[in-house]
Design a binder for this molecule. Sequence first.
Ligand SMILES: *[C@@H]1O[C@H](CO)[C@@H](O)[C@H](O)[C@H]1NC(C)=O
Ligand SMILES: *[C@@H]1O[C@H](CO)[C@@H](O)[C@H](O)[C@H]1NC(C)=O
Ligand SMILES: *[C@@H]1O[C@H](CO)[C@@H](O)[C@H](O)[C@H]1NC(C)=O
Ligand SMILES: *[C@@H]1O[C@H](CO)[C@@H](O)[C@H](O)[C@H]1NC(C)=O
Ligand SMILES: *[C@@H]1O[C@H](CO)[C@@H](O)[C@H](O)[C@H]1NC(C)=O
Ligand SMILES: *[C@@H]1O[C@H](CO)[C@@H](O)[C@H](O)[C@H]1NC(C)=O
Ligand SMILES: *[C@@H]1O[C@H](CO)[C@@H](O)[C@H](O)[C@H]1NC(C)=O
Ligand SMILES: *[C@@H]1O[C@H](CO)[C@@H](O)[C@H](O)[C@H]1NC(C)=O
Length: 599
Amino acid sequence: MAHLLLFHLIFTTCTLLTSAADSSSPYGMIWSSKSFGPDGPWQAVQVAVGLPIQSVALYPGGTFRSHLLTPRICTNATLSPSACFASSAGLYAIESSTTALQSGIGFPAAVDFTHGGLTIEGRRGIGSLDQIDLGEIVVPNVTIAVYDDIAVAYPDRSIIGLQVGTLGLGYRGTENQSFTLRGQPMINGSLIPGYLHAVNLISSNSFGLHIGSVRPKIKGSLYFGGYDQMRICGNVSTQNGPFAGIEPEEDGKKGLIDLLDIAIAVIDGPSPFGTNVSSITNLLASGNSSIGAALSLPLLPEAPYLNLSKSTCDAIAARLPVIYNPDLGPYTWNVADPSYLPLVSSPSVLSFIFRKDQSNTQNLTINIPFTLLNLTLEAPLVTSSTPYFPCNAQSAGRYSLGRAFLQAAFVGANWNANGNQAVWWLAQAPGPNIGSQSSVMSIQDEDVTVVPSNNDWAASWKGVWLPFVAGAAVVSTWTVPSNVSDTSSSESRNASRGLSTAAKAGIGAGIICVVGFMISLFAFLCVRRRRIHAKKDLAVTPGTTTPGEDEIVSSHKSYSTGSEEPSELQSHEVKHGYQVEMEGHRVQPIYEMAGDSYK
Ligand SMILES: *[C@@H]1O[C@H](CO)[C@@H](O)[C@H](O)[C@H]1NC(C)=O
Ligand SMILES: *[C@@H]1O[C@H](CO)[C@@H](O)[C@H](O)[C@H]1NC(C)=O
Ligand SMILES: *[C@@H]1O[C@H](CO)[C@@H](O)[C@H](O)[C@H]1NC(C)=O
Ligand SMILES: *[C@@H]1O[C@H](CO)[C@@H](O)[C@H](O)[C@H]1NC(C)=O
Ligand SMILES: *[C@@H]1O[C@H](CO)[C@@H](O)[C@H](O)[C@H]1NC(C)=O
Ligand SMILES: *[C@@H]1O[C@H](CO)[C@@H](O)[C@H](O)[C@H]1NC(C)=O
Ligand SMILES: *[C@@H]1O[C@H](CO)[C@@H](O)[C@H](O)[C@H]1NC(C)=O
Ligand SMILES: *[C@@H]1O[C@H](CO)[C@@H](O)[C@H](O)[C@H]1NC(C)=O
């Protein structure tokens, strides 16, 4: 009897201790086993909305509301002409949920929840509240917006229904989003990390995100209240202020970081860009004098592309076997070019050089292997799968870096740091070889730093990429960027053709060359068989072809749309998007932030 009692006491104490420790450890989100397009493949987190539960996969991204697509996207023949691609991620019918706020309150949400990352058309979302089951925790009354009619408009005026919604990542100093309707009680909707922090399930109102990639497979990682240290390689850049803004008023105004340059770099082995070309720099401002020392832009996990000016995309594209697709905006890889396959398999990267810590004395480089930039356009965007390079040359001045970039970057934020002004972080994320163990760290309430792992970034790609073999087809610079003045284009071409500083320094270091040659020879012998196999599978025809734009244009399926302005809701819109007259009442959302108020 005494034994039993003792056992019982110990057991209880242990349980209490464990649950106390668990109560503030970071909350890890579950990722869908599916991947999504038509401009991916992309990974998304899996949640269950409402009761009875409706399972949906969502891209983590944006502030405040989570954005959900309804089955009406599928019944609209303009948005879903053949099949309903949006149903793959899961749709949400608010009328079927008993936990949703349905009482006819429709505080509208912005049409474009990609913050300008895509050109979005359609009808404004209807704001509401419903519970979201994250897997182990149900967050009640999450602030959501539901969309019946929303599509991406492409430069050729074709439209394609959106396919995946978003899971809001929080906002600075904010637990809930409150709305007042004159004469009625205030309605409070939860923000997920703010709620988890308020009920002491996590130690801070924060998140840490690495979306990873599908090909090669790098599992996604999203924690609220912390981060997986394994997803951070090398230095971290810390920015004051929120990671993202509220759409649409703060689009392009909050969460910006200065991009100083874009470069192409070869990490290991001979260069696919020609003998001794180990790097090509000054691509950001190439051929465009109005891009100054830096381009300030946001990072958008809710959008796919690298949205840069046409001059920048063209300067990068001039070094790659790609063809511009004016109907869509990005470029397609020329799979018939003999340099395509060796390049997208090689240890070569597109480097983004940012201002580090908002200081003009330091910079941070994020490398994206070309392997991750060999993405795929799929139906309904094109009739058959087409490998594409995600630089969007038709972003209409709304510059941003989307999921294509974030496959290789860690981002996170502590929304309550610095007296609720928030900080956010950017760092290099690793490749596939990071081991199976994660190392999850908590972010404390006022923390302004995250700590990197000791992992080596280049080692995380070893064995995945195939070192370029000396003598294989090099990329020929056959596309001269349009709109690039003769002097600057020939200057930049000459610069890249000449010896890089690194190569010059290497001349005379004979021993290194001999060792390097032996390593290359060994790599060549190891890799040759695999390479030949891969080439056969893709039926690459040897010999240089001169691509023309017509080749890909024909595969793009388009249908015309009326140009009428969408939605009756917009006619009630007043100057500041969020204020809307409804049935004689003025619906006015209030964003509650300690020490800061947003109207
Ligand atoms: C279907 O979608 C189109 C394009 O967004 C829109 O103009 C139209 O109003 C929608 N139809 C219905 C019934 O919602
Ligand atoms: C909403 O947030 C405010 C401030 O963060 C807090 O005081 C209030 O209790 C919250 N209300 C609900 C219903 O969660
Ligand atoms: C959700 O919000 C509604 C409307 O404001 C409120 O009546 C209800 O109590 C809330 N539920 C929870 C669990 O907070
Ligand atoms: C919403 O929160 C405010 C305080 O932030 C509170 O006065 C109000 O009663 C809450 N409304 C509901 C429906 O919980
Ligand atoms: C040059 O840069 C400016 C400023 O970013 C931009 O507005 C313009 O479109 C660019 N020109 C081209 C040809 O891309
Ligand atoms: C980045 O920093 C390095 C070392 O401080 C410097 O050599 C390089 O010029 C900088 N690059 C840019 C684009 O500012
Ligand atoms: C490039 O992408 C295509 C699909 O678009 C895929 O079939 C191919 O395996 C990829 N190649 C490499 C080297 O990743
Ligand atoms: C490349 O560099 C090597 C020395 O590292 C030099 O001997 C060779 O001439 C260079 N080739 C070209 C084309 O510049």
